[in-house]
Design a protein around this ligand. Structure first.
Ligand SMILES: C[S@@+](CC[C@H](N)C(=O)[O-])C[C@H]1O[C@@H](n2cnc3c(N)ncnc32)[C@H](O)[C@@H]1O
Length: 227
């Protein structure tokens, strides 16, 4: 497969992303790479001409510290990759129109995401019981648990309020926008929470999904731009 990511979460995602990409030295853009550079270091080590676009991206020639809406590549892009960023963007339709316009014919879009609307109370309880005891380390699931307890609301009411405030797009909405612009090649529903839980593997989350304790909220999608 080539390359390895230092961060275990990036490494797990990388296995899927790499399997969908054209061979190096294709031009790859990571949309919303985050402040640690996301998959860009792995991509570059594997021979891709990769750039990460994110207002919070690290400094350096491999990154563009701007929103994707302001990004103007000089040449067509062979593949776009995005992980846990698409649900945060403002205008999903506008942004994916830009992605489609920048992609070379036959180019690939690889998306790792989640569908918050599938995150039910049983799944939340399973996750919250597996949070690390150390409360000083930031953890978005801990924030959710604390917010829920403080709200006095039922899980569904609290979760919908949280998603509205955080302006999170639903998984189905993202897939709908992707399906309208690209030819779907892969759609997998996958485990999503284990990276942020104490001593919990992907296999353990998958087993919990199989017995109905946890919903598979993760989305792994790959599509191509019609030629
Ligand atoms: C939850 S973080 C995920 C970071 C990284 N991809 C990861 O998987 O660890 C979401 C990132 O998306 C970025 N983001 C949100 N909207 C964006 C936009 N319109 N253009 C570029 N980046 C955006 C945020 O700045 C943030 O760094």
């Amino acid at each position: 497969m080539g390359g390895r990511c230092e961060d275990p979460r990036h490494h797990a995602i990388w296995q899927f992303v790499r399997s969908q990409l054209p061979p190096p030295p294709a031009r790859v853009v990571e949309l919303g790479c985050g402040n640690d550079g996301g998959l860009v270091p792995c991509l570059r080590r594997s021979g891709y001409r990769a750039v990460g676009v994110d207002p919070e991206a690290p400094p350096g020639h491999a990154y563009c510290q701007s929103s994707f809406e302001e990004f103007r590549p000089v040449k067509p892009i062979d593949a776009f990759v995005t992980s846990a960023a698409l649900h945060h963007v403002g205008d999903l339709g506008y942004l994916l129109d830009q992605v489609a316009a920048m992609l070379a014919p036959g180019g690939v879009v690889v998306v790792v995401e989640w569908a918050w609307e599938l995150f039910d109370e049983l799944t939340a309880s399973w996750c919250f019981a597996r949070l690390a005891p150390d409360r000083s380390r930031p953890n978005w699931l801990r924030g959710l648990e604390e917010g829920w307890t403080a709200s006095g609301l039922g899980w569904r009411g609290y979760e919908e309020q949280w998603a509205l405030q955080a302006r999170c797009h639903r998984g189905e909405e993202m897939l709908d926008h992707l399906n309208r612009r690209f030819e779907r090649r892969v759609l997998e529903r996958s485990p999503y929470f284990h990276y942020d839980l104490e001593a919990t593997t992907e296999a353990a989350e998958r087993a919990a999904v199989e017995v109905g304790l946890v919903k598979a909220t993760g989305i792994r999608y790959a599509g191509t731009k019609p030629g």
